[in-house]
Design a protein around this ligand. Structure first.
Ligand code: ZN
Length: 395
């Protein structure tokens, strides 16, 4: 077993850990540990909510979750020799649940507290807890379904430079001031701007803490550095190429998902869990310019659940309430593909909430199938039929 360089005590919040991690992005959050290129090591992570959700049948913890605390991350990890303009190559050698904590949760956030992709249809909080047995999972809250996980960190990336951080803050603030597109529901907010409330910034204290807490970016969106990409295929065996912006790269990660469908649609949509990640790192000097890199690039690993039969639901960019036509809008089309799949599953005895939770966390494939045939974008959602105990194909 590789040496564990970041440990978590699941009975304590992140800020009370012996070595605390962080829940904001800022170049001045100090590294907690240093590694060399070529090193192999283990990092432990808490679940993204810092232990706010319990393994029970009561969704009131999901309803009341404090989103100022998310996402709690492990790191930053300094990689000796990494400089701005280099590529940090990260191999995810292994990833899994922590011993004694083999369970996860999927949530629908209430409209009043974050919402999700389909919050206009499913405005109330709901929760499904999942038992993890080796590579498989099943839930007492969604009977009739069992599948293999595609376990990955929802969130991983290097610290931004001060210049990049300021770019993020400026453009996200401008969006909030400008307002959203016509289909934008009132919830969730357009962007999560810097908020010092509940900030955890490693070992920073005093006036340095206050300054960094006021400037630091929230971890909610994916950005140039990767971050909260929620890409299910960053699983075991994958190799990720990250742009480096600060000396030492300062790599952080968390938000481990046992499984997730493309889009992670309910927002707390993966099977969220604590866990460990075994990593190997290397550096490609000057790689950012050499490969014209803006955002991370990755190679998926050779170990993923293998499903060969799917039932695929189509969606187009027409508003499901008003019937209004939108122009090549993949957001509206994917929403319709998801709603079509949910309404279909309801005819097999699932509740709408169960189907919504299932599409969020099961290994479903989402695609932009057509993006040029005016005025409709066509998105598809592919549901692996083998995850169901009974046959769900039309007869
Ligand atoms: Zn997550």
């Amino acid at each position: 077993m590789p040496e564990t360089l970041f440990k978590v005590d699941l009975t304590k919040p992140m800020e009370k850990q012996d070595v605390p991690g962080h829940n904001r992005w800022h170049p001045d959050i100090p590294a907690v540990v240093s590694v060399k290129p070529g090193d192999v090591f283990r990092i432990e992570c808490k679940d993204w909510t810092d232990g706010q959700i319990s393994n029970n049948d009561d969704p009131s913890d999901i309803e009341k979750v404090d989103l100022n605390i998310v996402h709690v991350l492990s790191g930053p990890i300094r990689v000796e020799g990494a400089e701005p303009g280099d590529i940090l190559v990260v191999d995810i050698l292994d990833i899994g649940a922590l011993p004694g904590d083999e369970w996860g949760f999927t949530g629908i956030f209430s409209r009043e507290n974050g919402g999700g992709f389909l919050t206009d249809h499913y405005p109330k909080a709901a929760k499904a807890c999942w038992d993890i047995q080796g590579i498989y999972t099943s839930s007492r809250h969604i009977p009739g379904v069992r599948f293999a996980g595609i376990t990955h960190p929802g969130l991983i990336g290097c610290a931004p430079s001060m210049e990049l951080l300021q770019t993020w803050n400026k453009r996200e603030r401008a969006l909030v001031e400008k307002g959203g597109p016509p289909w934008k529901p009132a919830i969730p907010d357009l962007a999560a701007l810097p908020n010092p409330e509940q900030a955890v910034l490693g070992t920073l204290a005093g006036s340095e803490f206050d300054r960094v807490a006021a400037e630091a970016a929230r971890t909610v969106p994916p950005r140039e550095h990767g971050g909260n990409c929620d890409i299910k295929n960053l699983s075991k065996g994958s190799k990720i190429y990250f742009p480096v912006y600060v000396d030492g790269a300062n790599l952080s990660m968390g938000d481990i998902h046992f499984s997730q469908g493309d889009g992670e649609i309910s927002f707390c949509g993966a099977i969220e869990m604590s866990g460990y990640i075994d990593l190997h790192v290397e550096i490609i000097k000057g790689g950012v310019e050499k490969y014209a890199m803006v955002n991370p690039i990755f190679k998926p690993g050779p170990v993923e659940p293998h499903y060969s039969e799917y039932l695929i639901f189509e969606g187009i960019s027409v508003d499901e309430f008003s019937g209004e036509q939108y122009y090549l809008d993949a957001h509206v089309s994917y929403r319709n593909a998801c709603l079509n799949a949910i309404n279909y599953l309801k005819t097999f005895g699932f509740t709408g909430e169960q189907a919504y939770l299932l599409l969020s966390c099961a290994p479903v494939e989402g695609r932009i199938s057509g993006i040029v045939d005016v005025p409709n974008a066509c998105c598809t959602l592919a549901l692996p039929t083998a995850i169901f105990e009974k046959d769900i194909v039309p007869t």
